[in-house]
Design a protein around this ligand. Structure first.
Ligand SMILES: Cc1cc2nc3c(=O)[nH]c(=O)nc-3n(C[C@H](O)[C@H](O)[C@H](O)COP(=O)(O)OP(=O)(O)OC[C@H]3O[C@@H](n4cnc5c(N)ncnc54)[C@H](O)[C@@H]3O)c2cc1C
Length: 397
């Protein structure tokens, strides 16, 4: 594995970093405090080609490799978890799923405008009584001529009020359990669709998260993604891509925690010296550095496997689990290093701590990833190549 960044990747990082510094950093404290999602950020990301960075050019994307997506997520999360989450659901969970599983017609109709950033995609799997236990979902899709009639509700859906298209999972045959779930591309503008934001969130307050409802929603049969009954498999494959972006974002979260902490270590003095010279403070900085470097290696290894078109569920799960845990700890330590000042929104670290919690919960909780890793090691879980793999990255794909 070669972890040298190409010139193109370095330029990409600089572009996202300047964008974040100019367009997000000056406003984010206010947006977060007011619980306001700024829609123009999506439009500006689209103008920079960042809403489809790893989607092939022939489908409207920028045609860069999968690690380019990691770079975008890392740098965006420096600005705020809300905007990295937007890219995670739009590109990682939705567009990449259509790239992997979609028919040519679906790619032309949905992937192309999404990769260009003209339309926004989201992902609807979780329900009020079905989070980790996906098969407990209640939403149904009943075939009726050329349509499926969708009824049910999803919750905790990122971009619920913003997205144009949703990748949604529903039972077409409940008696078959996991094998009776199917995946559908659903449009907001259809009759029977509604959404409502959740208020009072701990973190990601500058993001839009909430419920979506289907009331006798008619989905054309052409909008079935993959085959009937393939929904569970598609959902899990989508999570391989979503989790990769979450892990990369966590690297950005550690990075920004370290930036803030190092600055404060040099600024604040106690007992006649900068706090950075106290060994117990140094320990927290050293832990951040270790977390940053280890997480980054895990993320880019997963990205290299994606580039090669290889199954990476195990490696991505490990990267997601570890990077999010390190980021949560780094944010906690960043607040600790700031003392009482870290406890107020005068400094950004309290926002980092609040934001770092959701990634430990979504796209597989810490506990789910712990179980997965143990099962791989014990030989209880083994992955085979899927019938449709995410295409390997080729420059001229
Ligand atoms: C900000 C935010 C954004 C989100 N965005 C989306 C989105 O865009 N789309 C979407 O579909 N979902 C989204 N989610 C939902 C998220 O994926 C779920 O919250 C997550 O899968 C966990 O499900 P749950 O909350 O129902 O927890 P539960 O599954 O009810 O788990 C509760 C607790 O029990 C533990 N637990 C559960 N089962 C086991 C087990 N077998 N062994 C040990 N411990 C276990 C869990 O680890 C957790 O600690 C989002 C969530 C948040 C917070």
């Amino acid at each position: 594995m070669d972890f040298q960044f190409s010139e193109e990747q370095k330029m990409l990082r600089n572009t996202v970093r300047s964008f974040v510094d100019q367009e997000i950093m000056p406003h984010i404290a206010t947006w977060d405090r007011e619980g306001y999602f700024e829609p123009s950020i999506i439009k500006k990301l689209a103008d920079l080609g960042l809403m489809g960075v790893c989607i092939p050019e022939k489908y409207g994307g920028s045609g860069m490799d999968y690690n380019a997506l990691a770079i975008v997520c890392e740098e965006l999360e420096r600005g705020d978890t809300a905007f990295r989450t937007a890219v995670s659901v739009h590109t990682g969970l939705n567009s990449m799923s259509i790239l992997q599983w979609g028919s040519e017609e679906q790619k032309q109709k949905y992937l192309v405008p999404q990769a260009r950033g003209e339309k926004v995609g989201a992902f609807g799997l979780t329900e009020p009584a079905a989070g980790s236990d996906v098969a407990a979902m209640q939403t149904t899709a009943v075939k009726d001529g050329d349509y499926y009639i969708l009824n049910g509700q999803k919750t905790w859906i990122s971009l619920c009020d913003v997205a144009d298209h949703f990748l949604v999972f529903a039972y077409t045959d409940k008696s078959k359990k996991h094998h009776g779930i199917s995946a559908f591309i659903v449009e907001r503008k259809w009759e029977g669709f509604s959404s409502k934001a959740i208020k009072g969130k701990l973190g990601i307050r500058a993001g839009n998260t909430g419920e979506i409802f289907f009331d006798n929603l008619k989905v054309p049969k052409e909008n079935l993604l993959g085959a009937e009954g393939e929904g569970f498999k598609i959902a899990m494959a989508s999570l391989d891509n979503g989790r990769f972006t979450v892990a990369a974002g966590a690297v950005g979260q550690i990075m920004v925690c370290m930036e803030a902490s190092v600055a404060y270590c040099h600024e604040r003095e106690t007992f006649g010296k900068p706090i950075g010279q106290h060994q117990l403070v140094q320990q927290m900085i050293a832990n951040m550095e270790a977390g940053l470097q280890m997480s980054r290696l895990l993320v880019y290894r997963a990205g290299e496997l994606k580039n090669a078109g290889k199954r990476n569920t195990r490696e991505t799960s490990l990267a997601k689990w570890q990077a999010c845990d390190f980021a949560n700890k780094a944010a906690d330590d960043a607040v600790q290093i700031h003392g009482a000042y870290g406890f107020s929104d005068e400094y950004p670290v309290e926002r980092y701590l609040r934001n770092s919690k959701a990634p430990v919960i979504y796209e597989g909780t810490r506990e789910i990833h712990t179980i997965m890793q143990a099962e791989y090691v014990l030989g209880y879980r083994k992955d085979k190549p899927l019938n449709k793999m995410l295409p390997a990255w080729e420059q001229d794909l």
